[in-house]
Structures are given as C-alpha cells and as structure tokens.
Design a protein around this ligand. Structure first.
Ligand SMILES: O=P(O)(O)O[C@H]1O[C@H](CO)[C@@H](O)[C@H]1O
Ligand SMILES: O=c1cc[nH]c(=O)[nH]1
Length: 292
C-alpha cells in the first residue's frame, strides 16, 4: 500500500491537517460547507450542542449536534482552489490513517452539502429562491487535473454545450457533473432544481464588466439559451463543480444548494440577503437531520 509522503499530505505538529487544522476525531460524517466564514456562526447557532471550534485562515469549523445528528460546518472561503483543499483534507481526515500515512481499508463516506449564494441567469428565477444544483458545470478546469474525470462527467452534454457556445480554446474545458442522486431526491420538494455554472471568478468569468471587458461579451446569452433534454442553465456560483467532482471520484455524496442574491437578466442584486440565507440553513439542517 502507498505511503503518502510528508510533503503531499502535510500534518501539523498537533496532529491536525495542514490548512483546516482539524484532527480526524473532530470531523462528523455530515458536513455543511459555506463560502463565507461569517456564515459558520449562522449555521452553528442552530446546533443544540457544540463539541469543538477550530479556525485557520478562511477555514472556520464547528462540530456539534443538531436534533441528535452530529454535523460539522466548515467555511471554505471563495473559489475552486479552496474546494480542492477543503475536500481533499476532509477526505484525508476520514480515510487516511495519519499514523501510517496510508489509506484506510474501510472507507468512511461523508455527506457534503454546500450552502452558498448565487446569481440567476434565467428571468423566472427570483432573488430569495433556493436552487439545488442537480448538475454543476465547471468553468474552472480543476477536475481536468484528476485521473478519472471522464468517468464521472457527462461528456455528451459537455460536447453539446461547447458546440452551442462556440467555446473559446483559451478557456479551460468545461465539465458537467451531477450532484448525488439521493441528496437530489431528498431536497427535491423544498428547492428548485438547476444546472449551475461554477466560475473561476466573480467578474469576467460570470460575464460581468466593470472596467475590464469579458473576452466574449455574448457568452452569458449563449449560456442562457442553451437547452439539453428540456433543461436549462440556471445560475452562477464559484465552488459547486469541484465539490461534486471530487466527491464523486472519492466516493462521498455531495450537493450544492444556493440562495439567489443577484438577478443577472433583470440587472438586479440584493445586499440584504441574510434572512433568505437563514431560511436556507434552517431548511437544510432539518432535511439533513432526517437523512440516513
Ligand atoms: O456565499 P458563498 O458561499 O461564498 O458563495 C458565493 O459567493 C461568493 C462570491 O461572492 C462565491 O464563493 C460564490 O460561490
Ligand atoms: O452573482 C453571483 C452572486 C453570488 N455569487 C456568485 O458567484 N455570483
């Protein structure tokens, strides 16, 4: 069995993992991921008890119990690079023996649910709505670095999308990856399903133009008009694709649910979105507490 070198899996002197600063025993099987470190407290407020609180850089963690279920809430900060770090380290905490630096034979399966914020790119999706990313579209290229990428992605829709948009070869190859099916069914009646683009930036990668003009000023229109099997692309955020992709490759179940805070077609945005986010948190916690 492969022994993972100290430079590839970095373990701190106190036995915690390099970035998250968590020790294996501090991780619950159900993990809620949020971008904003301030949102960790919003989630943990609902916990009935707290077992530990750990913080390093943008990674803030609380593990506790909600309605009898042990849960961890972790902030990842913004962006795909942080999902590569967070999901790899969560998986290592669950499935690598830190003493031997070897993969455990018996695997622990984690349930990873991201509760984020997002911008809608279809006119009928309103600010405050909750969108479940049944499929995520990675504009970020992260999964392309991992072996097995083609086995977990939908290559037919990927081809159709690249053809429809006249995908520019300067951009990373997009990948389409589904959320865990059980999670999708579990949240189906309390969320709106969507196909969500995870972009490697907030501005030009989501078609925004402040001072620097996007490479293709019409890409958002082409994304909006893309249809496949009666489904449309609904919203933008910045982490869901790598989360779904890495989880699928590692054998965990994962999903992204976002509160819509910007309406890109109506050119509208809401800065007072916390009440909507609280509603999403309360709904998600209740549903996760019921999940096997
Ligand atoms: O509110 P969070 O979870 O951070 O999610 C969204 O908000 C950030 C951008 O403002 C990105 O991380 C995007 O994915
Ligand atoms: O438009 C938006 C809003 C929130 N988060 C994003 O990534 N995009």
């Amino acid at each position: 069995m492969r022994t993972i070198p100290a430079s590839e899996l970095i373990i701190n002197d106190d036995g915690s993992i390099f970035h998250l600063h968590l020790r294996p025993g501090q991780l619950a099987d159900t993990v809620i991921l949020v971008g904003d470190p301030g949102r960790v407290a919003l989630v943990a407020e609902y916990f009935d008890s707290r077992e530990c609180e750990v913080s390093n850089r943008e990674f803030r963690t609380v593990t506790g119990f909600y309605r009898g279920k042990r849960m961890t809430v972790l902030s990842t900060g913004i962006g795909i690079g942080n999902i590569d770090i967070s999901v790899t380290e969560l998986d290592a905490l669950a499935n690598v023996d830190f003493a031997t630096r070897q993969e455990r034979r018996e695997k622990r399966r984690l349930t990873l649910v991201r509760l984020g914020t997002s911008g809608a790119i279809q006119p009928d999706i309103r600010v405050g709505e909750m969108v479940f990313s049944r499929t995520s579209v990675g504009f970020d290229g992260l999964l392309n670095y991992y072996k097995g990428r083609n086995e977990v992605c939908d290559l037919d829709i990927e081809r159709a999308f690249m053809e429809h948009t006249g995908w520019n070869e300067l951009l990373p190859k997009p990948y389409f990856i589904d959320a865990d099916r059980t999670l999708f069914e579990h949240f189906r009646d309390c969320t709106r399903e969507g196909i969500t683009v995870a972009a490697p930036g907030f501005y030009a990668p989501q078609g925004r133009w402040v001072r620097l003009e996007p490479l293709d000023a019409h890409l958002n229109e082409k994304i909006e008009s893309f249809e496949y099997g009666g489904r449309r692309i609904t919203n933008f955020e910045m982490e869901g694709s790598a989360l779904a992709g890495l989880a699928a490759l590692m054998g965990h179940r994962a999903a992204t649910i976002c509160t819509i805070i910007a309406q890109r077609v109506a050119l509208d945005a809401c800065t007072d979105y916390k009440p909507f986010v609280r509603r999403m948190i309360a709904t998600a916690l209740d549903r996760l507490a019921e999940l096997d």
